[in-house]
Design a protein around this ligand. Structure first.
Ligand SMILES: Nc1ncnc2c1ncn2[C@@H]1O[C@H](COP(=O)(O)OP(=O)(O)O)[C@@H](O)[C@H]1O
Ligand SMILES: [Mg+2]
Length: 356
């Protein structure tokens, strides 16, 4: 993997939000098949339900749909549900897979009427392909370029009506002309613990693993608001319960299992905790510069900044300030430490305190 082009990925971490390889098959087995089975996201679910019902009533094709949200929140699942609810076939591809406009033309020209085209990571598509997509979305037409150089000609090609479902983790990176061509945008939010408990209980039924309410709650609290992580932690706790217990996922089994796998009560793993610990123990809660902090934990700057920090910031444990990283009171509390006297005890250091 080329770190210059790709942001550091969090695959391989138990609490990582992206999935690859074998895990994809495990996930496929747990995907809800229709909107009523899809847990949480009440707004997106209701809005999408209306869009799809209306399209069905018209006997037409649904408007193009953009799904934005963090990895693991259910974008791919929803795209499959859209196709299922419309009784339409689905074609799955992704922005990075479409390097040339020709790649996209080949896909578009082979779509059948009403088909759903799922374009994952749509913000990573090449510019020429993007421009072709504008026309395809709006007019159901592409210009296929035949020949090269001065003799090249553009042959317009009519497309059957189709529904584009785009997914992105970075809605802000989409050029406005592309964003504007979607009839509906669903913003996926992180899930509340009670919603994750329902995801876990549903998955447990499918995996045929007996799970108590306490067990589901314990896993939900460590899942970072993300169904993908909840399902992964459930599988690890199931393993533990099978080997060390009677196979039942109880609160105690969950908490022991996740202690073994070093996922703490709030869903922090070793990397997160080491960043936080260094910030508290070595730098008194900060402010400290990113590079200094990274050296202290023996990680790359990018890993600390892009893999560990976003969740710590979201949890309100760490703040990024112009003078550096600062721990919040919640961070001291979470690690069971007392802030030293006279420093960032409450709400971070007052302005100017650290200026020389
Ligand atoms: N609302 C939900 N209800 C139940 N399971 C969900 C839900 N959202 C996601 N999942 C599960 O989480 C996993 C990841 O979902 P996925 O759609 O692949 O996320 P994304 O495409 O946003 O990264 C899948 O196994 C899916 O079954
Ligand atoms: Mg996906």
């Amino acid at each position: 993997m080329n770190w210059d082009e790709e942001p550091p990925q969090d695959t391989g971490r138990l609490v990582g939000a992206t999935a690859e390889g074998e895990e994809l098959a495990a996930e496929a087995a747990l995907r809800p098949k229709d909107l009523t089975e899809f847990v949480g996201q009440p707004k997106v679910r209701e809005q999408l339900d209306l869009v799809l019902r209306a399209a069905r009533a018209r006997g037409g094709t649904a408007d193009h749909v953009l799904l934005s949200g963090a990895p693991g929140l259910g974008k791919t699942t929803l795209s499959l549900i859209i196709a299922a609810e419309m009784g339409a076939p689905i074609r799955i591809t992704s922005g990075p897979a479409i390097q040339h406009a020709g790649d996209l033309a080949a896909i578009l020209s082979s779509l059948t009427e009403g088909e759903v085209l799922f374009l994952d990571e749509i913000h990573r598509m090449s510019r020429p392909a993007e421009e072709m997509l504008y026309m395809a979305m709006e007019d159901f037409r592409v210009d296929v370029i035949v020949g090269k150089g001065p003799g090249a000609t553009a042959i317009p090609l009519e497309l059957p009506p189709f529904t584009l479902v785009g997914a992105t983790t970075r809605a802000g990176l989409l050029p406005p002309p592309l964003r504007d061509r979607f009839g509906f945008t669903g913003h996926m939010e992180f899930y509340a613990p009670a919603e994750l408990e329902r995801v876990i209980q549903r998955s447990a039924r499918l995996l045929e693993v007996e799970t108590t309410d306490g067990g589901a709650a314990e896993i939900a609290g460590r899942s970072r608001g993300t169904p993908r992580i909840a399902n992964r932690l459930l599988r690890r706790v199931r393993d533990y319960a099978q080997v060390k217990g009677d196979g039942v996922v109880t609160r105690e089994a969950a908490s022991r299992a996740l202690a073994v796998f070093e996922v703490d009560g709030r869903g922090l793993d070793r990397l997160d905790r080491s960043v936080l610990e260094a910030l508290l123990k070595l730098f008194g809660g900060g402010p400290v510069g990113l590079s200094t902090l990274a050296v202290a934990v023996g990680e790359e700057r990018e890993t600390v900044e892009e893999v560990a920090e976003p969740f710590l910031v979201r949890e309100g444990l760490l703040a990024r300030t112009p003078r550096g990283r600062v721990a919040t009171p919640a961070a001291w509390e979470h690690l069971g430490l007392r802030p030293p006297q006279g420093t960032a005890a409450v709400g971070g250091p007052p302005e100017g305190l650290f200026e020389s």
